[in-house]
Design a binder for this molecule. Structure first.
Ligand code: UDP
Ligand code: MG
Length: 311
């Protein structure tokens, strides 16, 4: 019989793990005539009892496998580790907080097996439970990245998706250090069916993302999938050279006609500040790309495993 691997990244999720296990077990029971399951919990360097909870489950249930990192490497690293560890014919990644409803798996499996899709992805239709500020930033972020990136980014897309082995192999063949899954999923192509569901509130625990973590993740998405900011800084440079040229002409003509060379220093100071600021801004953009390149060329491991169920 075929097998689905469920990859579940967990960071400080001691409260959510038992509830998640309970829910997914119901689905496994419902589908047991059609397909078998393996659950791969990835402990992303949690500081609470997450690992103990996972070890307990692995001892009781043969379907449960796990990887435990030596420290917190982030959700992207945890997802990659899980995808690499998975042995199933189909693989799905799910949040442990039940914001990705497991009941959808049945329909997702049907779409892949009967309608021939390579991947069934989910997006949430609402963003209930998120602050107004976060909703606002997210909306604009997707607008901007949608314009400047050739890779399609779907607004509201979740990392919850069911993929065939072929697609999973394509994803893990991309070994980049600065990982941005929403982009990677889209980059590999394959026929993807989108299904929608109402946003769910977290069942237990708290969100692991604060504003700065999200902000830097968002920047990562832009630098990983677009070089438009570099072009923008070059365009700003050209524009300012052009403005400067016109200003020089005006000043030369003015001096020749009225002979007035001294007045006008306040405007000069303003221009020096403005141009200086823009130069720093553009250097900053280039610096972002350079920094990412620096991290890539070091070829550091994306995650380090300390323990698995086999150890
Ligand atoms: N997560 C992780 N490592 C991290 C942060 C989060 O493995 O550094 C996991 C977390 O345990 C959860 C999933 O990623 O299963 C999504 O995180 P969360 O629910 O906090 O994000 P939100 O739903 O608020 O965007
Ligand atoms: Mg969540």
């Amino acid at each position: 019989m075929e097998k689905i691997s469920v990859v579940i990244p967990c960071y400080n999720e001691e409260e959510a793990i038992p509830l998640f296990y309970q829910e997914i077990s119901k689905i496994i029971e419902n589908l047991k005539k059609k397909i078998t399951f393996e659950l791969i919990f990835v402990n992303d360097g949690s500081k609470d009892k997450t690992l103990i909870k996972i070890r307990d489950l692995a001892r009781k249930d043969k379907k449960v496998r796990y990887i435990s990192f030596s420290r917190n490497f982030g959700k992207e690293a945890a997802m990659l580790a899980g995808l690499e560890y998975a042995t199933g014919d189909y693989v799905t990644t799910m949040d442990v907080d039940l914001q990705d409803p497991p009941y959808l798996l049945e329909e997702m499996l049907r779409l892949i097996k009967e309608e021939g899709y390579d991947c069934v992805a989910t997006k949430s239709t609402s963003r209930n439970g998120y602050s107004f500020f976060r909703k606002f930033c997210t909306k604009w972020y997707y607008r901007i990245i949608g314009t400047i990136s050739k890779t399609e980014m779907v607004a509201g897309a979740r990392d919850f998706r069911l993929m065939t082995r072929q697609m999973v192999d394509a994803i893990i063949s991309m070994k980049e250090y600065n990982r941005y899954s929403k982009g990677l999923f889209s980059f590999v192509g394959f026929d993807t069916k989108w299904i929608e569901f109402e946003n769910q509130e977290r069942i237990a625990g708290t969100t692991k993302w604060n504003f700065w973590k999200l902000f830097s993740y968002a920047l990562n998405g832009i630098t990983a999938f677009s070089t438009a900011p570099l072009v923008l800084s070059a365009i700003i440079g050209i524009l300012f050279c052009f403005i400067a040229f016109i200003m020089i002409m005006i000043i030369i003509l003015k001096t020749l006609i009225w002979g007035d060379a001294v007045s006008g220093w306040p405007s000069l100071a303003c221009i020096v500040f403005l141009v200086g600021g823009i130069q720093l801004f553009c250097t900053g953009i280039i610096g972002q790309y350079l920094a990412k390149t620096y991290l890539e060329v070091k070829h550091r491991p994306i995650y380090i495993i300390k323990e698995t169920e086999k150890m």
